[in-house]
Design a protein. Structure first.
Length: 275
């Protein structure tokens, strides 16, 4: 029950929690646990599944139907976000364009890193098998994305590795591009550039805040040319502002076989919202 599930604090107070963990010391750290199961997850789940086989869960039909109704309501709402035409692009518009160009799942490893970038990517890019999507996971840290991408490409030379990273996350380990270039790894790195951590400021907001000496610590310079980092190490750099430019750039990047590509994708800053 770590940060991904808000340490269990958003669960209903009466919720009964079943926790499976290979480490006994992790049981009940942040919420009391009704049923602690110590063991390797695949083995425990197999045992639980076998035990439940003779016990049909008919009493949960209403609950399952409620979930299905919620899904049916949410899917059209989410789908509409992939086609909105406003500029700068939203996260969903950019992700939808990227997703449409990616190779088949069995030929792909996706790395996602950042605040909103990673969180939203989890709801957009679906995978069916382990080690297809790599992100901060339970570590709650940034700066590991490009290292993950390099390791994945070396381990899976026959797959394409695509890293979708926020601009701040990219900055934590940008010089790993030199490592990837030296190893001739054809990484595809898409920097989702919203001028900040969680959200940034547009040009006018940035200038106004700078003049007043009230520039938030989460803001980054608008329109930083992250794509030029790729060119500095002999790779391909692309600056994109529209869905059409993004689509073509992803396609071009996937056609590269010996050099990396960095696509600097400008999206909506998000405004000065409360974090």
């Amino acid at each position: 029950l770590n940060w991904i599930l808000h340490f269990g604090h958003r669960f209903d107070a009466s919720a009964k929690i079943i926790q499976i963990d290979v480490h006994p010391e992790e049981i009940g750290n942040n919420r009391s646990v009704t049923v602690p199961l110590i063991g390797h997850i695949p083995l425990v789940v197999a045992q639980v599944t076998a035990a439940l086989a003779s016990r049909p869960l008919t009493s949960h039909t209403a609950f399952v139907e409620e979930l299905r109704t919620k899904v049916a309501t949410n899917v059209p709402r989410l789908t509409s976000k992939f086609t909105e035409d406003s500029l700068p692009m939203s996260y969903h518009r950019a992700f939808g364009e990227i997703r449409s160009k990616l190779p088949a799942k069995e030929k792909l490893v996706l790395v996602s890193e950042g605040a909103n970038t990673m969180d939203i990517a989890r709801s957009v890019f679906d995978f069916d098998h382990p080690r297809q999507r790599l992100d901060a996971g339970t570590f709650a840290t940034m700066g590991v994305g490009l290292g993950f991408a390099i390791a994945a490409q070396l381990h899976y030379p026959d797959k394409r590795v695509v890293a979708i990273v926020g601009d701040s996350a990219f900055g934590f380990s940008v010089m790993e591009l030199e490592t990837a270039a030296r190893a001739r790894l054809p990484l595809v790195v898409v920097v989702i550039n919203n001028n900040g951590i969680y959200h940034g400021l547009d040009d006018a907001e940035y200038e106004d805040a700078a003049k007043q000496g009230r520039l938030p610590s989460t803001a980054l310079l608008p329109d930083v040319r992250y794509d030029l980092f790729a060119e500095a190490v002999g790779g391909l750099g692309k600056l994109v502002r529209t869905p059409e430019e993004l689509s073509q750039s992803v396609e071009d990047a996937l056609n590269e076989t010996l050099r990396l590509t960095v696509i600097n994708c400008l999206i909506k800053p998000g405004g000065r919202q409360k974090l």
